[in-house]
Write a protein that binds this ligand. Structure first.
Ligand SMILES: [Zn+2]
Length: 381
């Protein structure tokens, strides 16, 4: 049986900050640090997190915030954001007297960037170890039969350790988008016209790369990534859905910020930033590789989708935008990323939780998908 994570506590003493986690029983834990941005990662076996939903949103001392959740099957993770470079001064697990429960205490001390780079980040090898997703990834896409159904990949954003945006009532983006994805899958399957695949079915973390690999491996004909946006400023009146397609240059500031936020998912989950510095180069190469045809189809679909969604739910002021979203960098499959609304807006947050609203979204997307594929089939020689 998996251990329960029951409570967290941050203690600031002198220059050090201690992160404490109470668990129902002892487990093997591993901790290491990462840079760009500075983080401390604690890897644990399968743990049931029974923490206060607000835990981790407020920092103290050297810690600005932390997140927790399933990282891969049978592997849980806690990622602590620190205000600067830190060193793990000590890590202890002690039994709480008279019970099977234990307290894990990780003491952090500040350090400078130079000594941080000098190898204090113990356990780097473990850091680059990505979750084991299906091994089917490596297999080339099956040659499709001419009459095979179009393959639609639904990609519910975030998951596990990465909650995505968090609303004023602590509703997580990862939960809403998974619920919408499930309804959409049902709706699409009901038509009998499509082969529907999902990048995740439960609350587990999937890296952006693995989402792309999955889409390729299953030979996606259309890739739909589902998200919900948030805005930190007091502009809580901002709401509505936006549909994004890929472009190397963002269509506006809102689009640029949205892409930066969504692209940070891997960093939030404690995956090392291997692209740092080369990012712009990688960006342009990947976008060059994308076929113009794919890009045109993405734009066609985005237009259809805007038309259908507008009839059912509130749209943002500029409902179609573009930016360099990593998860949209697919050479063969047309793709869109839908920010279904602003979870930071109380009305949006409340609405997005209701099955009625979720089914309206599923209906609208299904309608757009049907018209899109009808058109494409009609164009076939
Ligand atoms: Zn998102």
């Amino acid at each position: 049986m998996a251990a329960d994570a029951l409570e967290t506590h941050l203690t600031v003493t002198g220059r050090s900050t201690i992160f404490e986690l109470t668990m129902s029983e002892g487990v093997t834990a591993q901790a290491f640090t990462l840079a760009s941005p500075y983080r401390v990662v604690i890897d644990l076996p399968d743990v049931n997190f029974r923490l206060d939903p607000a835990a981790g949103q407020k920092g103290a001392g050297l810690i600005s915030a932390f997140r927790y959740g399933l990282f891969a099957s049978h592997k849980s993770r806690i990622v602590i954001d620190t205000k600067g470079p830190v060193v793990i001064h000590s890590a202890n697990m002690t039994r709480i007297k008279g019970s099977s429960a234990v307290k894990l205490a990780i003491a952090l001390m500040p350090t400078d960037a130079k000594s941080f780079g000098g190898g204090t980040g113990a356990g780097m090898a473990a850091a680059s170890e990505e979750p084991n997703f299906e091994s089917a990834f490596e297999a080339p896409p099956d040659k499709k039969q001419p009459n095979a159904k179009p393959v639609i990949v639904i990609d519910p954003g975030h998951g596990g350790i990465d909650p995505g945006a968090i609303g004023p009532n602590n509703v997580n983006e990862k939960t809403i988008v998974l619920a919408v994805a499930m309804q959409l899958k049902d709706e699409l399957e009901k038509t009998g016209l499509y082969d529907v695949k999902m990048t995740r079915h439960d609350d587990v973390f999937i890296s952006l790369d693995d989402r792309l690999k999955f889409s390729r491996a299953v030979g996606a004909d259309l890739f739909i990534s589902l998200h919900a946006d948030s805005i930190e400023t007091a502009a809580s009146s901002i709401r509505g859905a936006t549909i994004y397609t890929l472009s190397s240059k963002a269509s506006d500031k809102v689009a640029r910020i949205a892409a930066e936020k969504e692209n940070a998912s891997d960093l939030l989950a404690g995956i090392e930033n291997l692209d740092e510095g080369k990012d712009d180069q990688v960006k342009s190469i990947l976008i060059d590789l994308m076929k113009r045809e794919t890009s045109n189809f993405s734009s066609d679909f985005s237009q259809l989708l805007a038309k259908h969604l507008r009839k059912k739910i509130t749209m943002s002021r500029v409902p179609r935008r573009s930016a360099a979203f990593k998860v949209l960098k697919q050479t063969d499959s047309p793709s869109v990323l839908v920010e279904l609304g602003y979870i930071s807006n109380r009305s949006d947050e409340e609405q997005m939780l209701t099955p009625e609203w979720q089914s309206k979204v599923a209906d609208a997307i299904t309608g757009a998908v049907q018209i899109y594929f009808n058109k494409r089939t009609a164009l076939r020689p």
